[in-house]
Each structure stands twice: as structure tokens, then as C-alpha cells.
Design a protein around this ligand. Structure first.
Ligand code: SAH
Ligand code: SF4
Ligand code: F3S
Length: 464
């Protein structure tokens, strides 16, 4: 194709933006916000990178595999960028955002010269400005200064929404410094958004049909945002924020993730008994069931405290579904330590959980600790733990059979008029002939519970 033919088309069409997201839910939120920031510049998102004008990889640094994936993806993008230029279709600008950007900085551009921009998690509001500068000189890196307030202040008020559920970041950063974890280095210190800003964002989402909010933070239950904008002195706790959000018409369900056991305040536990909008599902990572390993991990709590905490939470909300994160093969972990983890899992009974093989991360204290666990031993432990956790998940799902649960329908299913929604316990629920109910909360009779989802049927056609 010649340039004279291609150019007018390229100029008329909206600019195409492709964002690929790795890692946690906060990255999903950030990717949505990057699209919001770029929309006024004429960028519309596409779901494939081929031919895109702007490609952003929003990256995760948590484990080695996650970080390395970025470089193989960049290798493919480099070829697409060359193809696009060779076809006379203009420039494909490539940016690396997120936690790898923060951790590795300009090193990324040295390793992959096709990258034009590197932008950390607190600087993506500067993308429009960076883009215009890249037109002149490539190779900018922004990040490192950790000032989340500037980012949130610069965000456009209107968010693009995607169905009846939405993520909403209320807190960022971590001061806990678990010895295995990069997050305190990539996301900076704990910081909470002012309550008024969160309420305003939530009202905007509700006006667009959002019924369920998942409040996000690396330590979301450490939330202590300024309350002056909502007419109160001091700060609001997460429990107070949830109460405030529940008064917004349309907001019927509130979830939050991820919590730290040491920040599980009394008022938050009590809120689970008092605030019906707070869903009975809690992600409360413990990482290990061994006191010795918890100490080496710098978790600042022991197994007894965690088990006792779960007990108090279940007193306030007997049906609370508990979820968790586990690491196996942490340096020095013995068979005995691992058995303590299995034992803790048996005592707590999880509704769902994530488990990982320890991955040494550069710059973290654990990466130089003595007695690394051989990979085959760690893998065998991972398999044993995952088998137990899956068994518990299947049992929890099966125990819902015969109950009637409120389901928020989110999207169409794979076939016919099937719709898929979520139970209060965050289980996927598949229901036939329900696609007209998307966006509504409807009582559903649960016929059966399988390993990964529930199957139900409608009790009535009228929506809640
Ligand atoms: N509190 C955080 C945790 C982020 S990391 C949050 O907001 O979600 C998510 C999980 O990844 C951790 O709970 C831990 O189980 C796991 N993880 C973190 N660092 C790891 C490492 N170096 N190796 C293996 N798993 C890790
Ligand atoms: Fe990482 Fe620990 Fe902070 Fe969670 S609490 S983000 S695991 S340092
Ligand atoms: Fe990964 Fe950063 Fe989230 S390291 S888990 S994307 S906070």
C-alpha cells in the first residue's frame, strides 16, 4: 500500500489503543483509568495489538514469571511495530506501565529499544503529555516519586464502565514489607484517597448502572482517608467508608480487597453484621501456617492470631466465605512448617484461595535468605496444598445446593439465553433463560455446586 492511499484513512479513523493488563485487580483499575485519560485525545480501545497506534503493557513484578512475560510480549510487539511502519501505516507507540516499569525503569528500554515510554503506577495521568513529547523525542521515563494524589486529581470525572460491577481504588501502597514482596517498592507507602473523592466516583458509577463496587487497595483495610470533604473531622475507616457508599442509590453490594490480618479493625468486623451491602466474602491472605515462617516473612502476626481473628469474623457473620493467599517453598520451609500450613487450611476451611511457589525477587530480604527450598520439593507441596484447597472450594460450592441466593447478573453465558452472575460469596452462577436480567439482582434457586461455579434456576421473573 502506498502512503498516499493509506494516510487519509489513518487520519479519519479514531486512534487505536491496545492495553494488555497483567497482575492484580488494581492493575485492571489502572488500565481502565489509562483508557479514560486517553479517550479525550481520540483514542478508542481495541482488543488486539495488530496495527494499534498505541500499545500499553500494564505490568506486574510480583513473581519472576510475571515480569519475564513482559519481555516476550515486547519482542512480538517490536515486529508488529516494524510491520506497521513498513506498510506506511504510521507509528505504533509502545509504553510499559505498572510495577515492572517502576521496578526496572529505563533498563526496559535498554533491553527492548522498541519501547518508547516507561511510566510507573503513580504517573500514568501524564500519558497525554508524554505522548505529545514522544512525537519529538523517544525514551521518557516517569515514575518513582509516588504521589498518588496528583494522579487521582488529574483523572477525568467520567469513567468508562463495563457492566454492573466496577473496581474502585481507595488505598494504594504498602508499609508492611513482607520479606518476599516487591509491592512496597513498586507502589510506595500506604496512602488513602479522601472519602469525598471516592463517594463522587461511586456516584458517577452508580449513575451509569453499576450495582456492585469492589474497593481496592494493597492493604485496603488500612484505609484512613480524609473525611473533611464529607463534613466530618479526621479520617474515615474502611467500615465508615462502606457505610457512606451504601447510602448511594443503586449501590447494593460492596466488596473490598486485599486485607491484611493486622488491619482487620473491630468496626470493620462489626460492619459485616450491620451493613447488608457488605458482601459475606473476605480475602484475608495468611501466606503460611507456620509461626517460624511467618516470622521470617515479617508478617507481624502468628497463626493463632489469624485463626482467632477468623473465629471473631465468623461470629459477626456466620456465613462469611474466607479466601486467602499462600506461598510454599519460602526459604527454610521444612516439611513440618508445610504441615502447619496444611493444618491451618483444615482449621479455617477456605471457600477459595490462591497459592504460589515462592519466587525470589531482586532487592527483597528473602531473596538472600539461607536454605532455599529445592524446586521439586516446593512443587510437590504446591500440588498437595492446591488439592486440599480445591477440595474445600468444591465442598463450599456443593453446600450451596438447595439454597436460594441473590445473584447479580453480569454477562451473557456461552450458549442460548444463559446468563452468568455472582452469588454474595463471589461464586459464578450459571442460569438459563436469564439474559434479560443482566444488571439486576435476582433470587436464584441453586440446583448444584461444582468445583468452579454454581448452577441455578430463576424463582421468579421479577427483579429486585
Ligand atoms: N496485599 C497484597 C498482596 C499482593 S501480592 C494485595 O494487595 O493483594 C498477592 C500475593 O502474591 C501475595 O499475597 C502472596 O501470596 C503472593 N506473592 C507475593 N510475593 C511473592 C513472591 N515473591 N513469590 C511468590 N508469591 C508471592
Ligand atoms: Fe506485599 Fe506483604 Fe504488603 Fe501484601 S502486606 S503487599 S504481601 S508486603
Ligand atoms: Fe503485581 Fe504490582 Fe499488583 S507487582 S500484584 S501489579 S501491585
Amino acid at each position: 500500500m502506498t502512503e498516499t492511499l493509506a494516510t487519509p484513512d489513518v487520519e479519519r479513523a479514531p486512534k487505536r489503543l491496545f492495553i494488555k493488563t497483567y497482575g492484580c485487580q488494581m492493575n485492571v483499575y489502572d488500565s481502565e483509568r489509562m483508557a479514560d485519560v486517553l479517550r479525550p485525545l481520540g483514542y478508542a480501545t481495541t482488543d488486539a495489538p495488530e496495527g494499534a497506534d498505541f500499545v500499553i503493557l500494564n505490568t506486574c513484578h510480583i513473581r519472576e514469571k510475571a515480569a519475564e512475560k513482559v519481555y516476550s510480549e515486547l519482542g512480538k510487539l517490536k515486529l508488529m511495530k516494524q510491520d506497521k511502519a513498513a506498510a506506511g501505516l504510521g507509528v505504533m507507540t509502545i509504553a510499559v506501565a505498572g510495577c515492572v516499569a517502576q521496578a526496572e525503569g529505563e533498563e526496559i528500554m535498554r533491553r527492548q529499544p522498541a519501547v518508547d515510554l516507561v511510566v510507573g503506577p503513580q504517573a500514568y495521568h501524564q500519558l497525554p503529555e508524554l505522548l505529545t513529547r514522544t512525537a519529538r523525542a523517544r525514551g521518557e521515563r516517569i515514575g518513582a516519586d509516588f504521589a498518588p494524589n496528583a494522579k487521582f486529581d488529574a483523572m477525568p470525572e467520567v469513567r468508562g464502565v463495563n457492566g454492573p460491577t466496577a473496581f474502585l481504588t481507595v488505598q494504594e501502597g504498602c508499609d508492611k514489607f513482607c520479606t518476599f514482596c516487591v509491592v512496597p517498592y513498586t507502589r510506595g507507602a500506604e496512602w488513602s484517597r479522601p472519602a469525598a473523592d471516592i463517594l463522587a466516583e461511586a456516584r458517577g458509577l452508580a449513575a451509569q448502572g453499576v450495582r456492585e463496587l469492589t474497593l481496592l487497595g494493597q492493604n485496603v483495610n488500612a484505609y484512613d482517608g480524609a473525611a473533611d470533604g464529607v463534613g466530618e473531622a479526621g479520617v474515615w475507616s474502611l467500615a465508615q467508608l462502606a457505610t457512606g457508599l451504601a447510602t448511594i442509590p443503586g449501590i447494593d453490594r460492596i466488596r473490598y480487597t486485599t486485607s491484611h490480618p493486622n488491619d482487620m479493625a473491630e468496626d470493620l468486623i462489626a460492619a459485616h453484621a450491620q451493613n447488608p451491602a457488605l458482601m459475606p466474602y473476605l480475602h484475608l491472605p495468611v501466606q503460611s501456617g507456620s509461626d517460624r515462617i511467618l516470622r521470617l516473612m515479617n508478617r507481624k502476626h502468628g497463626r493463632a492470631k489469624y485463626i482467632e481473628l477468623i473465629g471473631r469474623i465468623r461470629e459477626a457473620r456466620p456465613d462469611m466465605a474466607i479466601s486467602g493467599d499462600f506461598i510454599v517453598g519460602f526459604p527454610g520451609e521444612t516439611d513440618r512448617d508445610f504441615e502447619d500450613t496444611m493444618d491451618l487450611v483444615r482449621q479455617v476451611r477456605y471457600a477459595s484461595a490462591f497459592s504460589f511457589m515462592y519466587s525470589p525477587r531482586p532487592g527483597t530480604p528473602a531473596s538472600t535468605m539461607a536454605a532455599p527450598v529445592p524446586a521439586d520439593v516446593a512443587l510437590a507441596r504446591l500440588h498437595a496444598l492446591q488439592a486440599l484447597l480445591l477440595e474445600q472450594q468444591a465442598a463450599f460450592n456443593a453446600s450451596q445446593a438447595g439454597r436460594t441466593l441473590d445473584v447479580l447478573f453480569e454477562k451473557k453465558g456461552r450458549h442460548g439465553r444463559q446468563a452468568i452472575g455472582r452469588s454474595p460469596y463471589l461464586q459464578s452462577v450459571h442460569v438459563e433463560d436469564a439474559d434479560h436480567l443482566i444488571g439486576q439482582i435476582v433470587p436464584v434457586h441453586i440446583a448444584s455446586g461444582e468445583q468452579n461455579s454454581l448452577t441455578g434456576r430463576l424463582l421468579q421473573q421479577k427483579a429486585a
